[in-house]
Design a protein around this ligand. Structure first.
Ligand code: HEM
Length: 420
């Protein structure tokens, strides 16, 4: 890998379109071609430095060197994150707001509450699946997880509201890497949900809607920065930053089904309900399958790294997919092997499916524990709770598309609840 004092340069006046068409492989392929884990390219009409691997991840997650404000393109904020949400804050403001998210999301009792809601809803769904000709796991999961998430935040949905709400959240997630109608769909979905939640937050603040004081709805509605409640619009955006990524877990769950299908020898361990093995399995799903592609920041102040000038304001992108498949970190990175997680404690820079570094000081995802728990609940249900058959279908997924999914959404049929 490159050890000179210049960064290899990617060809092209602007490679944004190539990024959109090459997807998860854009950075990785170029790193391999240029034989470097750091290189320069041009994206969105500006210079961008791409980093792959543990060393790059350590650099990227140094909060002294990078900021997030101005890093995410507006189109990503208008669909995925929300304008000026936690993802784009820095310094004290970020630290304070991150404490809010951590208190709500990294609390074992709350995680268990959500897991229980999800478990109950899965069990009820299984009874309906017995009657259905076919069940598309991704479609079912987005609805079940969305209704679980709303119930958990303190705003239970009526049965006839679930489908449309779930679709809005999926549209926000699945539109950020798109152009044209799909992008507009995501943007409209966000507007609808922001307005809906603004009205709800207003009612909570006026005492017209009563919710439990420990519920995320109440906690976000009453959270203060510099002694002021968040503007309703911002509180709604941050509540969406809790609900939307919970709905997104349906993607990892769909990939978990694919792993269970593609590696049948591993089912035996999952049937034994060995807790350690469940942990290794879900970690390997998060490493192996593509979801969050990369993450961006801007240079906070000029510095030199490996003899290379990083000038203030430069866009820097860390490759999540490439780092999780970096052969310097992972032996046989394209082999699905949960037991690799038994061998060695991963450090917080080498395994980064939901970002890396410190939770509190940096932007690492505060929803990792929730993600792991819901995946485990689902896998136990899928392996030990039901029997099913798999009709013929297209289970391939396209690495050139961000985000991606098995094409069929993973269809099962002839579902029967197992007698315990
Ligand atoms: C579905 C799987 C998930 C994936 C792939 C994922 C991925 C990520 C990534 C890559 C980041 C950015 C890290 C960085 O900027 O360095 C992030 C941040 C974040 N995630 Fe997740 N996440 C997931 C689930 C969740 C869940 C379940 C929640 C909440 C319940 C959540 C809430 C957040 C929040 C609030 C941030 C912003 C943190 C900050 O800026 O300090 N995520 N996530």
């Amino acid at each position: 890998m490159n050890s000179q004092n210049t960064i290899p340069k990617d060809k092209g006046i602007d490679n944004t379109l190539k990024l959109l068409t090459e997807g998860y492989l854009f950075i990785k392929n170029r790193g391999e071609k240029l034989n470097s884990d750091i290189f320069e390219t041009r994206l969105l009409g500006q210079k961008a430095i791409c980093l792959i691997g543990e060393e790059g991840s350590r650099l990227f997650y140094n909060p002294e060197l990078f900021i997030r404000s101005g890093a995410a393109p507006k189109r990503v904020q208008k669909t995925l994150f929300g304008i000026n949400a936690i993802q784009a804050t820095d310094g004290e403001k970020h630290l304070h707001r991150k404490e809010l998210f951590m208190s709500l999301l990294m609390n074992p009792e709350r995680i268990e509450d959500l897991a229980k809601i999800f478990r109950d809803k899965l069990s009820r769904a299984a009874a309906q699946w017995e009657e259905a000709e076919e069940v598309v796991i991704f479609e079912e999961m987005k609805n079940i997880i969305c209704s679980s998430a709303f119930q958990w935040v303190g705003l239970p949905l009526k049965d006839d509201e679930i489908k449309a709400k779930a679709q809005n959240f999926i549209d926000m997630i699945y539109s950020f890497g798109s152009v044209g109608p799909k992008y507009w769909k995501g943007k409209k979905a966000r507007c609808r949900e922001e307005l809906f939640l603004q009205r709800i937050i207003k009612k909570v603040r006026l005492g017209e809607l009563i919710c439990h004081s420990s519920s995320p709805l109440y906690v976000v509605s009453s959270y203060k920065e510099e002694e002021e409640e968040l503007p309703e619009a911002m509180a709604a955006i941050e509540l969406i930053n809790i609900i939307r990524p919970i709905v997104a877990i349906s993607t990892f769950i769909t990939f978990s089904c694919l792993a269970i299908y593609e590696y049948p020898a591993l089912r035996r361990e999952l049937r034994l309900k060995n807790e350690d093995y469940y942990e290794y399995f879900v970690q390997e799903v998060r490493r192996f399958y593509p979801f969050a592609p990369f993450v961006g920041a801007r240079v906070k102040k000029d510095f030199i790294y490996r003899g290379v000038n990083f000038t203030q304001g430069t866009l820097v992108i860390l490759d999540i997919y490439g780092t999780n498949h970096d052969p310097k970190i992972w032996s046989n990175p394209y082999e699905f092997n949960p037991l690799r997680f038994r061998a060695k404690e991963r450090n917080k820079y080498s395994f980064i499916p939901q970002g890396g570094g410190d939770y509190l000081k940096g932007h690492r995802c505060p929803g990792e524990e929730i993600t792991l728990e819901l995946m485990k609940v689902f896998i136990d249900f899928f392996v030990n709770g039901i029997e099913y058959k798999l009709p013929k279908q297209n289970l391939s997924y396209n690495l050139h598309k961000i985000p991606t999914l098995p094409e069929s959404g993973f269809i099962i049929c002839t579902v029967r609840k197992k007698k315990t």
